[in-house]
Design a protein around this ligand. Structure first.
Ligand SMILES: [Zn+2]
Length: 505
């Protein structure tokens, strides 16, 4: 006789539709295929009879099967069991990990549909809040009372991450990555998991990495034509260093993907482009991308990379003197090196290299440092519901109003509206890059070395026609694409150039 595989759920578990107490769970179990399993000898037990009465009053049809106490236990633990008939049952209790995994996959799909960059289980005094970061802003999606969020978090860590087999320890910080089968199911390239205990309980954050595969164009990313020209010149270089800088969430990894994809295309894929990243965030078609080893220093990773015959190298991030010096060494020996730095202006990257301890003769050598790119991301207004600034009912702070008046053209400015169907009621549809690109020449470097960053920045703007992030932002505000209050929060004050380099309005 062939056994029939039946997958069903237990309804009498805690939190289930027919929840019963622990004592009664030793005597009976109701499954959603309409079978009430009762331990032999308990058919006349008053509590069992009361439960049958409860089902009867609710009109819940069921068949009774008498089973062993062991059988009941297996049902509640989700262990496959064979009944007296030809059916081979696999019962799923609500504690079963598959149910939790399905719930997590659904959450991740919702997050990717909203193009969220991060998913958080925030601990609050009352439980947990599921929050997504969409277009840079946190949105609360769902609340879990009390301990309800915890099984999801432990399920993510214990059954869905590469750390499977390691226990989730809510009172410690832990790191991990989502296993590839779940990552692919959700249309992602990867997801990093980090946990940390807080005063309110355990907190878990997941950074979602998207499998875009194909890079966006610089124009789509928000770069100005003159900036695209400057970047295009940089990708044609065969030696030197280009630094693409920005803060966390500035989109610099995505820009690197775009630029290096362009570079490979320009070079007809005839060069060896090797990366060392931690982790690999975006796929660059045609490049050999390598993750930094778990115990490998950046310095070791770079010197190993240099032995692999690269023409162009990407170093995920210059974090310490070792990695910075190794990158300069590589450039000195005739390689083209790209890297990122965590700073908030193009000129600040030279300062950072100097502070890291790289020799001035290297930092201020325009023959080595070919390009300093810095970018931020700011929110793009929904075209369908944005409101002209002059007709908005919103109350703006007096100082912001005066900056708009002095630095922008108020009649061209738009601000965030109420939201509509088109933008999922966010008022925002996307984010765009606000950037500055300095191709430092000898005069700029000399100015920087002798008179410091502000003077060099002023020289670049006033003598070389440089476009600062502030100028780029104002252009986008005047085009009605960016709400000035968002621009100030995401990028810089509208009058930053006035205060930093004395630029005129
Ligand atoms: Zn809208």
């Amino acid at each position: 006789m062939t056994a029939i595989q039946v997958i069903t759920r237990v309804l009498t578990v805690p939190g289930g539709r027919w929840e019963i107490d622990a004592d009664l769970r030793e005597k009976l179990c109701l499954t959603d295929d309409g079978v009430l399993h009762i331990v032999e000898g308990y058919g006349g037990n008053p509590f069992v009879l009361a439960f049958k009465d409860r089902l009867h009053r609710a009109g819940h049809e069921h068949d009774v099967e008498y089973v062993t106490p062991e059988h009941i236990k297996q049902l509640y633990h989700g262990v496959p069991v064979t009944t007296g008939s030809s059916k081979h049952y696999q019962y799923l209790t609500s504690e079963n990990s598959t149910g939790k995994q399905d719930q997590v996959v659904k959450i991740l799909r919702d997050a990717t549909n909203a193009e969220a960059s991060d998913v958080h289980f925030f601990a609050t005094p009352n439980g947990h809040q599921l929050r997504f970061r969409v277009h840079g802003q946190l949105e609360t999606v769902q609340s879990f009372a009390g301990e309800d969020g915890r099984p999801l978090m432990s399920s993510i860590y214990e059954t869905m991450s590469e750390s499977t087999g390691t226990s989730y320890r809510p009172n410690e910080k832990q790191d991990g990555r989502l296993r590839s089968e779940f990552v692919t199911q959700c249309g992602l390239f990867g997801a990093r998991i980090a946990t940390r205990p807080t005063l309110n309980g355990p907190w878990m954050a997941m950074r979602l990495l998207y499998d875009s595969g194909k890079a966006m164009s610089l124009d789509e990313m928000g770069y100005l034509p003159v900036q695209i020209d400057a970047l295009t010149r940089l990708i044609h270089r065969v030696d030197g260093i280009v630094l693409l800088t920005g803060t966390t969430g500035s989109g610099k990894s995505r820009s690197i993907q775009t630029l290096l994809s362009m570079l490979l295309e320009v070079m007809d894929y005839s060069i060896n482009l090797v990366t060392v990243e931690d982790p690999v965030e975006y796929r660059i078609n045609g490049a050999t991308q390598t993750p930094r080893g778990p115990k490998e220093s950046w310095e070791d990773a770079i010197s190993n990379m240099m032995r692999l015959d690269p023409d162009v190298g990407l170093i995920g991030e210059m974090r310490d003197i070792g990695s910075a010096v190794a990158a300069f060494q590589a450039a000195l020996t005739g390689h083209m090196m790209w890297s990122t730095l965590h700073v908030n202006s193009a000129a600040a990257s030279l300062q950072r290299l100097h502070d890291l301890g790289v020799e001035d003769s290297l930092v201020y050598d325009p023959g080595l440092v070919k390009g300093l790119v810095n970018q931020s991301l700011t929110r793009v207004l929904c075209d369908k519901c944005k409101v002209p600034y002059l007709r908005s009912n919103r109350i703006f702070a007096p100082d912001l109003k005066s900056r708009i008046l002095q630095r922008c053209e108020p009649e061209l400015v738009f601000v965030q509206g109420e939201g509509c169907e088109h933008c999922s009621y966010r008022g925002i549809i996307n984010r765009t890059a606000i950037a500055e690109i300095i191709p430092p020449n000898l005069d700029f470097m000399r100015m920087f070395r002798e008179r410091g960053r502000a003077e060099a920045q002023a020289f670049w703007v006033n003598e070389q026609g440089g476009i600062t992030k502030n100028a780029h932002l104002i252009q986008r505000v005047n085009e009605g694409i960016v709400d000035p209050s968002h621009g100030e929060r995401d990028v810089c004050p509208l009058d930053e150039d006035v205060s930093v380099i004395g630029a005129k309005a």
